[in-house]
Design a protein around this ligand. Structure first.
Ligand code: SF4
Ligand code: SF4
Length: 198
């Protein structure tokens, strides 16, 4: 008898849980039913990438010490560090540096572990090319800074969808003066207790 009652209890709990999940799913569906499509007229309009967007990597040749840490931490050993040993000075001489963005998975490990901070991730995401070999950037191409969406006079920047104020669904409706939703990375760091920010 006790076993039967336990089974009934379990069944009832599962049924209530399933009904709960079903209701939540339908709530999302009905919420979307009242929304109209939003079209971003790319390339005349572009969404502003988030501050921590992991786009094309920027590289500073003068700061690189050819330590190859970036190669060791890369899951696919991708960066190519071309250096020779100067026997007179007994120091490495950097010749070239390249990253193939046709292969890179933009994980950011190389940026995170570079001891001299000569690598950084930019907001550049427009890497389409007819020939994938043209995505193998040397140190000259890697040293180029991308044009920011907000400073490009040919583009209308739109606030990224996750940063829209509460209740606003279309980025075209947001005035420039409207407060942004969410904290900037530096504001997040400031809000952390000292010691957690490192
Ligand atoms: S980790 Fe940084 S300093 Fe070392 S080789 Fe790579 S880019 Fe250069
Ligand atoms: S972002 Fe990741 S995959 Fe790309 S070069 Fe750096 S470590 Fe390698």
């Amino acid at each position: 008898m006790f076993g039967f009652l336990k089974k009934v209890g379990d069944y009832t709990r599962d049924a209530v849980g399933a009904a709960n999940y079903l209701t939540q799913g339908l709530a999302v569906t009905f919420d979307h039913l009242r929304r109209r499509p939003i079209t971003v007229q790319y390339p005349y309009e572009k969404l502003i990438p988030s501050e921590r967007y992991r786009g094309r990597i920027h590289y500073e040749f003068d700061k690189c010490i050819a330590c190859e840490v970036c190669v060791r931490v890369c899951p696919i050993n991708l960066p190519v560090v071309d250096w020779v040993m100067n026997k007179a000075t007994k120091k490495k001489e950097l010749r070239n540096y390249s990253i193939d963005f046709g292969v890179c998975i933009f994980c950011g490990n190389c940026v995170e572990y570079c001891p001299t901070n000569c690598l950084s991730m930019t907001e550049e995401y427009e890497l389409a090319a007819f020939d994938r070999h043209s995505l193998n950037f040397d140190n000259i191409a890697l040293g180029r800074l991308p044009t920011s969406v907000t400073s490009d006079p040919a583009v209308v920047p739109l606030r990224e969808l996750v940063y829209l104020p509460k209740g606003v669904l279309d980025p075209h409706d947001v005035p420039d003066t409207a407060p942004r939703v969410g904290k900037l990375p530096e504001q997040v760091l400031e809000s952390l207790p000292s010691g957690d920010a490192s």
